[in-house]
Design a protein around this ligand. Structure first.
Ligand SMILES: CC(C)(COP(=O)(O)OP(=O)(O)OC[C@H]1O[C@@H](n2cnc3c(N)ncnc32)[C@H](O)[C@@H]1OP(=O)(O)O)[C@@H](O)C(=O)NCCC(=O)NCCS
Length: 170
């Protein structure tokens, strides 16, 4: 029987990671905003000072199965800093292909991120979810995460594109 392995991504996984990022963007109905390329993922994740880290979930074939290992999910994270709590991990994306959902793979990725956070001396890890994605919110809550919008009223903001350029030129 096939089994699942969660492992750190290698540079050679960037094509698979891009494919899964695209699937997630479509799921989130925001694919029109996607600009990332495989080259950028390679350069930004696997250079001297990586901007991000990534875990991949890989299906390992069982004995006698012909297909080789294949990547069916990922969790991409990076380190940020909280002025209140110090070291902190931000889980930017988590995704498992539809066919492989509901088998604990997403939970295994989240557990691994928690382990990385603890290993690196972080006191928390954060993530954001769209307000209609109730299933994902239920999963995070069931694993012990707190909804910061509900509990404390936080809103997420960003400066982007023209707004950021105009700001920088002031
Ligand atoms: C959220 C996600 C990563 C969870 O991965 P997973 O491998 O299915 O998770 P697990 O098997 O460990 O946990 C299963 C739970 O996830 C929940 N879940 C969350 N989103 C789901 C989805 N789109 N489809 C099916 N189950 C989903 C299920 O309700 C299930 O709960 P249950 O066991 O009480 O029925 C995965 O479902 C997914 O990629 N969803 C679409 C993309 C997404 O929402 N990403 C998160 C953006 S913030």
């Amino acid at each position: 029987m096939a089994s699942v392995r969660i492992r750190e991504a290698k540079e050679g996984d960037c094509g698979d990671i891009l494919r899964l990022i695209q699937e997630l963007a479509e799921y989130e109905k925001l694919a029109h905003q996607l600009k990332i390329s495989e080259e950028a993922l390679r350069a930004d994740g696997f250079g001297e000072n990586p901007f991000y880290h990534c875990l991949v979930a890989e299906i390992l074939p069982g004995p006698g199965e012909l297909q080789g290992p294949h990547v069916v999910g990922f969790g991409l994270y990076y380190f940020v800093y909280s002025t209140w709590k110090g070291r902190n991990v931000y889980l930017e994306d988590i995704y498992v292909m539809p066919k492989y959902r509901g088998q604990g793979i997403g939970t295994q990725i989240i557990i691994k991120v928690a382990k990385v956070a603890l290993d690196k001396g972080c006191s928390q890890f954060r993530l954001a979810v769209l307000d209609w994605n109730q299933k994902a919110m239920d999963l995070y809550k069931s694993l012990g995460a707190q909804d910061l919008t509900e509990a404390e009223g936080w809103h997420a903001f960003r400066f982007e594109g023209e707004a950021m350029r105009e700001l920088a030129e002031r």
